[in-house]
Design a protein around this ligand. Structure first.
Ligand code: ATP
Length: 137
């Protein structure tokens, strides 16, 4: 059994992260789950949330926008609709997206409330991820 995990985070926009890490905690739709080397294989869907990984003495944060995770053979593969490493998040852009979504949700005639709500959740979670990484908050 290896003592490392390979973490790959892939989106339709390209690869966001690919490295060997010690531990991963990800936002599964059934709840947060942790993966250490030697974990049994499984597949789950993901929520909008923050993935955390540990490597050496440091902790990294990655925003993930839904998708799915597959764990097998000491590899964690995340396929997400979009994702950014916390340090790559444009906080001003997320704040603007948050404002737009809030405005839309205020309008009575808004027919796509769920869509605005998801956009708001993405924006708020991006801002939170950037804060965790100590940038832009
Ligand atoms: P926006 O309304 O600002 O486009 P969004 O939540 O609709 O936000 P997504 O559809 O999740 O955006 O992502 C589209 C692309 O833009 C992806 O490549 C994603 O990584 C990138 N992206 C979105 N918001 C940010 C951000 N705040 N900082 C960095 N990259 C971002």
């Amino acid at each position: 059994m290896a003592d490392k995990l390979t973490l790959d985070i892939v989106t339709p926009y390209g690869s966001v992260f690919s490295d060997e890490v010690d531990e991963v905690v990800a936002p599964g739709t059934e709840g947060e789950f942790g993966v250490l080397p030697g974990h049994v294989p499984f597949i789950t869907t993901l929520n909008i949330g923050i993935l955390t990984y540990k490597k050496g003495g440091s902790t990294g944060y990655v925003f993930v926008n839904s998708g799915y995770a597959e764990v097998s053979d000491d590899r964690v593969l995340i396929l997400a609709d979009s994702a950014e490493k916390a340090e790559d998040i444009d906080v001003e852009r997320a704040k603007a997206a948050m404002k737009r979504a809030e405005e839309r949700m205020k309008k009575q005639e808004e027919i796509d409330f769920a869509r605005a709500q998801a956009a708001l959740q993405r924006a708020v979670t991006r801002i939170e991820a950037a804060k965790k990484a100590g940038h832009g908050g």
